[in-house]
Design a protein around this ligand. Structure first.
Ligand code: HEM
Length: 126
């Protein structure tokens, strides 16, 4: 018997596509976060975040094939991330998670992970 991954349980690629797309719709209009993203077009950033989350939750490892080891802390060093940035990031992620209408247990696993990951990437006291 093979165990179903979280990735499959929540609906596979389509679910992560919706989550991350919704998230970046929020970022695109966010006056605090938008200036942090170096590229004018957010589609590359959307691909990277979606690929990472898919891999993390047990889907295909395309992210690491293209980007190598995630090293998220290191990759966020160029961006000043304080509490305000973290909370703005989580607000848009919350919108994305809410839009999925997942069963409560899956939703809570996903949300707990995102909150912890966002806290771990704060790199500035302000
Ligand atoms: C990349 C901001 C939290 C995963 C980025 C980028 C920015 C950013 C500005 C560069 C965009 C690009 O790829 O061109 C933030 C802020 C956060 C945050 C302000 C607030 C705490 C997170 C969290 C995760 C994450 C919690 C994972 C759960 C990623 C990934 C990339 C990325 C995978 C692309 C890395 C790469 O392959 O280069 N982030 N981020 N970020 N972020 Fe975040």
């Amino acid at each position: 018997m093979t165990e179903t991954s979280f990735y499959d349980a929540v609906g596979g690629e389509e679910t992560f596509r919706r989550l991350v797309h919704r998230f970046y719709e929020g970022v695109a209009k966010d006056p605090l976060l938008r200036p942090l993203y170096p590229e004018e077009d957010l589609t590359g950033a959307e691909d990277r975040l979606r690929g990472f989350l898919i891999q993390y939750w047990g889907g295909p490892n395309t992210y690491s094939q293209e980007r190598g080891h995630p090293r998220l802390r290191m990759r966020h060093v160029p961006f000043v991330i304080g509490e305000a940035e973290r909370e703005a990031w989580l607000k848009h992620m919350r919108d994305g998670v809410d839009s999925l209408d997942l069963p409560e247990e899956l939703e809570s696993r996903l949300w707990t992970y995102l909150v912890n990951a966002a806290h771990s990437l704060v790199n500035s006291p302000t």
